[in-house]
Design a protein around this ligand. Structure first.
Ligand code: GUN
Ligand code: ZN
Length: 497
């Protein structure tokens, strides 16, 4: 899409307003100008669309605009927001699934990451990684790079060039890693981090004032950072509250035990990060499978829960990235996403390549659904229980399987909340950036899993909800025809035609 000419889309729009509300607009007119959604008009009949477009365009002083009328079987959703992935681990996709986390890091992951000191290898790999995530429909991505400053800057350059919205972080790790892949001191790690922050902040945005690439502090996890390094990162964060932070937390039982021995004065894993000022509203915490598991398994009362790590994370406004593909693949555990949402935590989805073996957020959605079904089956087995009754209010998700609207929320608006970007992206309301996907379930996409025909093509709310379900559970990148970031076509099956 040429950024100078406004574009008007006419067709169905599906997005979420919160974790329990899916809004379906079967006949919407949505206008994009300067990368943002200028206006959105609902319920426009085809026979009225010409007049409505002309008067809405005239009210903005537009004399020409491009019209994109969606065909039957097509619809628009917000772009996916992947809140946790490792760009240098793409070469390992599909490898190492016999390991659990700590062995996997040492035998599979660190050797591959150490290759990124070769900058030519880094550039080649990162180009294909970012193209791939864009084609999978990821419009915003939280990337871990490696410990190398220059290779991290290359990742940021590639993201910038290809027009994705992203957070890019140089990994901080100055202990408990092999000699060939470990920073020599906290000071060296901090200086390289400052270099990367400066580099990313020097990138010139394509649309003035719309910076798409942001730096993010990336202490790998508590195990690989000395107290001195965590303290220095906390100091960087303190003097600049706009700096985002990402790390791992409570992914695997052996990891949690190790953290306890390394930080005996901290009550829980979350308290370690909090002690160094690293838990706040722009912190992204990946995994969390074992947060408070002792308390929750024992069915603790509210008083005990009020002292818990979940309450600490909630009170600091930090968010969680649920990474179900990885949690199952590395046998890490099953996160309690329903309980987190009920308690008001910010929750999103991450692919966690290559702990997770797929870069597609569609797979993360499917595995989040499976994980929630495991939770539901386990709960039913233990309690012999029935589902909670709604009583007119949204029923607590607690131990239920996640419904369709919650799955879409986690992949879109939930991600925006966790990245502290919900005023900018996550759904398709006027004023936000147009970060969106044009999805097609038409036969010419050559994905017979999701073909729709006959009555299914009616533009009713019911049939559109079925289309969304088919896409989330059986679609793939053949069905993602166009990927827009800030109004610019950045990927999708039609982008290369
Ligand atoms: N899944 C995952 N967990 C981690 N914990 C520390 N590093 C990593 C990593 O690279 N992947
Ligand atoms: Zn990870």
């Amino acid at each position: 899409m040429a950024s100078s000419l406004p574009t008007i889309f006419y067709g169905p729009i599906l997005h979420t307003l919160n974790h329990h509300t899916l809004q379906i607009l079967p006949r919407a007119l949505l206008a994009v100008a300067g990368g943002r959604i200028a206006w959105l008009i609902e319920n426009v009949l085809p026979s009225d669309s010409g007049d409505t477009i002309r008067s809405a365009a005239a009210s903005k002083g537009w004399h020409v605009a491009r019209l994109h009328a969606l065909k039957d079987g097509e619809f628009i959703i917000p772009g996916f927001i992947d809140t946790h992935t490792h760009a240098p681990q793409f070469p390992n996709l599909g490898r190492g699934q016999d390991y659990e986390l700590l062995g996997w890091l040492h035998h599979i992951t660190f050797p591959t990451e150490s290759r990124f000191k070769d900058l030519e290898y880094a550039r080649r790999t990162y180009e294909s990684v970012v193209r791939r995530t864009l084609d999978c429909g990821t419009t915003t991505c939280c990337y871990y790079a490696t410990l190398h400053e220059e290779a991290t800057n290359i990742l940021a350059d590639v993201v910038h060039k290809l027009g994705q919205r992203a957070f890019v972080g140089k990994c901080n790790m100055d202990r408990e890693s092999p000699d060939h892949y470990c920073e020599p001191s906290a000071q060296v790690s901090i200086e390289a981090t400052q270099g990367t922050i400066q580099h990313i902040r020097g990138l010139k945005p394509a649309i003035p004032g719309m910076n798409l690439v942001h730096p993010i502090l990336t202490p790998r996890f508590a195990i690989s950072c000395t107290p001195e390094l965590l303290g220095s990162l906390g100091e960087l964060a303190r003097v600049d509250r706009t700096l985002a932070i990402q790390t791992h937390i409570s992914e695997n039982p052996s990891e949690v035990d190790f953290v306890r021995t390394l930080f005996p004065d901290c009550r829980t894993y979350a308290h370690v990060y909090d002690a160094y000022g690293l838990l706040r509203e722009n912190t992204v915490l990946a995994h969390g499978c074992h947060l408070d598991s002792d308390l929750l398994d024992a069915g603790a009362d509210e008083e005990a829960i009020s002292e818990s790590e979940i309450e600490l994370i909630l009170s600091r406004g930090a968010g969680l990235s649920h990474c179900p593909t990885s949690n199952l693949n590395l046998r890490s555990g099953v996160a309690r996403v329903g309980e987190w949402l009920d308690r008001g935590l910010k929750v999103s989805l991450g692919t966690d390549v290559s702990g997770g073996y797929s870069p597609s957020m569609l797979d993360a959605v499917r595995h989040a659904s499976f994980c929630s079904k495991l939770v539901a089956m386990e709960h039913a087995r233990k309690e012999n229980s029935t589902l909670p009754v709604a009583n007119g209010k949204p029923a607590p998700l607690g131990n239920r399987q996640l419904p369709l609207e919650t799955l879409l929320f986690l992949a879109t608006l939930g991600g925006a909340e966790v990245c502290n970007l919900a005023s900018e992206v996550g759904n398709l309301v006027p004023g936000k950036s147009f970060d969106a996907l044009v999805v097609s379930l038409r036969p010419e996409t050559r994905n017979p899993n999701v073909w729709v025909e006959g009555d299914e093509l009616q533009r009713s709310e019911e049939s559109l909800q079925i289309l969304l379900e088919k896409f989330l559970l059986c679609g793939d990148d053949r069905n993602i025809r166009a990927v827009y970031v800030a109004g610019r076509l950045a990927g999708g099956a039609d982008a290369s035609i």
